[in-house]
Design a binder for this molecule. Structure first.
Ligand SMILES: Nc1ncnc2c1ncn2[C@@H]1O[C@H](COP(=O)(O)OP(=O)(O)OP(=O)(O)O)[C@@H](O)[C@H]1O
Ligand SMILES: [Mg+2]
Length: 189
């Protein structure tokens, strides 16, 4: 502890000087809803406008842990807690962060709400039927054939969040429309 601040072996935040903190847009929704597509587009467009932005994707964190990480509630919460840590650090350094992650569990959502500063939660909404038709990773196909039994949205229900700040319906709106709406909110602020 330095000046009463938990610092994980690093200098305390007080020693670094404070840039203007960034924001965190947390995109959650079922598999194939369009989270990664939308997040990448928003970050690219923000950068084109000179707004410093970064994406953290659930798949990226999962890939880092590799096959050691399963699909139970604890493993999923572990992915979310790493994303929360990365998002807060990047926002603290002045970046606008976009997170793309399933975030299906109530415990995970509550953890995000309680631990992320400057947070906007965007629910990337898409019916399971359309998600299953898109299925770029073939996960719904695998679930339907019984090859996997851990797909939330097929093997168990994906419950929409009760209190999202934004609803981004990818069946009703194109990536262009949704990205433009999000980017405009950053440029105005
Ligand atoms: N309006 C839209 N917004 C975003 N993606 C869309 C939209 N319409 C169609 N898609 C398509 O949906 C597919 C799934 O998108 P994506 O991989 O971004 O989903 P995801 O939510 O990140 O899924 P996962 O949880 O598996 O990572 C892509 O092929 C994408 O092009
Ligand atoms: Mg994705």
């Amino acid at each position: 502890m330095v000046n009463g601040t938990k610092h994980f072996g690093l200098m305390s935040r007080q020693d670094w000087g404070h840039p203007q903190p960034g924001t965190v847009l947390w995109l959650l929704g079922p598999t194939s809803a369009g989270k990664t597509t939308l997040a990448m587009r928003v970050v690219a467009d923000l950068r084109r406008h000179g707004v410093p932005a970064i994406i953290f994707d659930g798949d990226e964190v999962r890939g880092f842990f590799g096959a050691d990480l399963g699909f139970g509630a604890d493993s999923r919460l572990r992915v979310v807690s790493v994303l929360v840590h990365l998002a807060n650090k990047a926002a603290d350094a002045g970046l606008h962060v976009v997170v793309a992650a399933l975030t299906a569990g109530q415990d995970a959502r509550q953890y995000v709400r309680e631990n992320v500063t400057n947070l906007t939660i965007g629910y990337v909404a898409c019916s399971v039927q359309t998600c299953a038709q898109r299925d770029p990773k073939g996960l719904y196909r695998k679930a339907m054939s019984g090859e996997i039994d851990t797909l939330i949205g097929y093997n168990s229900e994906y419950r929409p969040p009760a209190d999202p700040d934004l609803v981004l319906d990818t069946e009703a709106h194109s990536v262009d429309e949704l990205a433009a709406r999000i980017v405009a909110s950053y440029i105005r602020n």
